[in-house]
Design a protein around this ligand. Structure first.
Ligand SMILES: *Cc1c(COP(=O)(O)O)cnc(C)c1O
Length: 385
C-alpha cells in the first residue's frame, strides 16, 4: 500500500533519539528548549512553546486567550475536529465559517457572519483559520476583520510549517496572535506525536508555558509570596501536563534540519501530479497565490459525472493499493456537533467539497517509481468507461 502520507526518518534522526535515551533526561531536559529555539528561529516568531500534540497546542492557545464559558470561537468546517474541539475544552460555543475556492476559510463569508453576529450582539472571541493542505489562508483580510471586530486569531498551521505567506514564514508573518504546528508523522516534519505554538506576544507565551505544566511556576516574579526555599514552586492557575518528551523533541529538532528539503520534494511531487493529471477531468488543488504552500496534502476533486464519481474512484484506488484518504468530513456534520445543533446544509461549500475530495499520496519519502505508479493508477481509475 502506498499511503497518503508518511514520515521520512534517516540515520541522524535515529541517532538523535538514541543519544537522548543514553542521556540523563528522557523528558524535561535540554532538547525541548533546543527544539523551541530552533523552531522560533526557523519561522521568525520570538516565542515557541512545544507540547505533546497540536491538539494540546490549540487548547493551550484558546486558554491563553481567555476563552471560557459563554464565549464563541469560529473555525473552518474543512478541518480535523481538533480545530473546533479546542474551544469546547474551554467550555465555549463553536461556530463555523464556510470555505472559498482556495478551500480555506472565506474572508467574505467571515465578514458576512461578523455583520450578523454584531447585530445579534454575539461576536466571536477567537477565530481559528486553518491552512488547509499547507496553503496559507487569506490572513491579511482576516487580520483586518480581527481589528474591526476585536477577535483574536489562532492560525491552525498543522499542515503548513515550512510554508510562507507574502514571503514571510508561516508563524512569523505576524498576522495571527498564535500559530499552531503539528508534528504527527503524516505532517511536514514529525516528532512522533507533538505540537508547538508560536507567538510574538510575550504575555501569551508566558500563559501558555504555565498551562503546559499544571499552572505551576518556579519564577519568583510570578509567585504570590516569597519562595520558601530553592525547592519551592507555586501552582497559580489550573493547567495540564501537556509536555513533550526529550525523545520527541530530539526527533523534531533533527527533522527541522531537513524541512526545506522536505517541502522542496513535496513541490516536485505536486508538479508531477499537476502535469500528469491536468490531462484528466479531475479538479486539481488551487495554485498558490501570494503564498508558498508547504503541501501537506494533494487533494483532487472528482466531479459526480466522472468515472462513477468520488466513491467509485476512491474504491478503485484503494483496490489498486493506494492508501488514498478524504480530507475532510465537515466538522459540523460529526454526530457530536450535530447534537449541538449543526446540520448538513449549514456550510454547503465545505459539504460539496467533501463529496468530491480524494487526497492522493503526498510525502517527501515517495520514490519516483511510487509516484509513477500513483499517476498511472489514478489516470486509469478516472478514464472514461
Ligand atoms: C493533525 C491536525 C491537528 C491535530 O494534530 P495532532 O498533533 O495530531 O494533535 C489539528 N488540526 C489540523 C488541521 C490537523 O491536520
Amino acid at each position: 500500500m502506498i499511503p497518503y502520507g508518511r514520515q521520512d526518518i534517516n540515520g541522524e534522526d535515529i541517532e538523535a533519539v538514541v543519544r537522548v535515551l543514553r542521556s540523563d533526561y528522557l523528558t524535561q531536559g535540554p532538547e525541548i528548549e533546543g527544539f523551541e529555539k530552533e523552531t522560533s528561529l526557523f519561522c521568525g516568531a520570538p516565542h515557541a512553546i512545544a507540547v505533546n500534540s497540536a491538539t494540546s497546542a490549540l487548547h493551550m492557545a484558546c486558554a491563553a486567550l481567555g476563552v471560557g464559558q459563554g464565549d464563541l470561537v469560529w473555525t473552518s468546517p474543512n478541518s480535523f475536529t481538533a480545530s473546533a474541539n479546542c474551544a469546547r475544552y474551554c467550555g465555549a460555543d463553536v461556530g463555523f465559517v464556510d470555505i472559498g475556492d482556495d478551500l480555506n476559510m472565506d474572508p467574505s463569508d467571515l465578514a458576512a457572519r461578523l455583520t450578523r453576529a454584531r447585530a445579534a450582539g454575539r461576536l466571536p472571541k477567537v477565530v481559528i483559520p486553518v491552512d488547509f493542505a499547507g496553503r496559507s489562508c487569506r490572513m491579511g483580510e482576516i487580520r483586518a476583520l480581527a481589528e474591526e471586530y476585536g477577535f483574536a486569531i489562532v492560525e491552525d498551521a498543522s499542515h503548513a510549517i515550512g510554508g510562507t505567506l507574502g514571503g514571510a514564514p508561516v508563524g512569523g508573518h505576524g498576522l495571527a496572535d498564535i500559530t499552531v504546528f503539528s508534528f504527527h508523522p503524516v505532517k511536514i516534519i514529525t516528532s512522533g506525536e507533538g505540537g508547538m505554538a508560536v507567538t510574538h506576544n510575550a504575555e501569551l507565551a508566558q500563559r501558555m508555558r504555565l498551562f503546559r505544566t499544571h499552572g505551576i511556576t518556579r519564577d519568583p516574579a510570578q509567585m504570590t509570596s516569597e519562595p520558601d526555599g530553592p525547592w519551592y514552586y507555586q501552582q497559580i492557575e489550573l493547567g495540564f501536563n501537556y509536555r513533550i518528551t526529550d525523545l520527541q523533541a530530539a526527533l523534531g529538532r533533527s527533522q527541522l534540519r531537513r524541512i526545506n528539503a522536505f517541502v522542496e520534494r513535496r513541490r516536485e511531487v505536486r508538479y508531477a501530479y499537476d502535469t500528469a493529471l491536468s490531462k484528466s477531468d479531475l479538479g486539481l488543488p488551487p495554485p498558490d497565490e501570494g503564498c508558498r504552500s508547504a503541501l501537506h496534502l494533494y487533494p483532487v476533486r472528482v466531479p459526480a459525472c466522472l468515472a462513477g464519481g468520488r466513491d467509485a474512484v476512491f474504491a478503485r484506488l484503494r483496490e489498486a493499493g493506494l492508501g488514498v484518504n478524504v480530507h475532510y468530513i465537515p466538522i459540523h456534520t460529526q454526530p457530536y456537533y450535530q447534537a449541538l445543533g449543526f446540520r448538513w446544509g449549514d456550510f454547503p461549500k465545505s459539504e460539496s467539497y467533501y463529496r468530491e475530495a480524494i487526497s492522493l499520496p503526498m510525502y517527501a519519502a515517495i520514490t519516483p517509481e511510487q509516484l509513477g505508479t500513483v499517476i498511472e493508477t489514478v489516470l486509469t481509475a478516472v478514464a472514461p468507461r
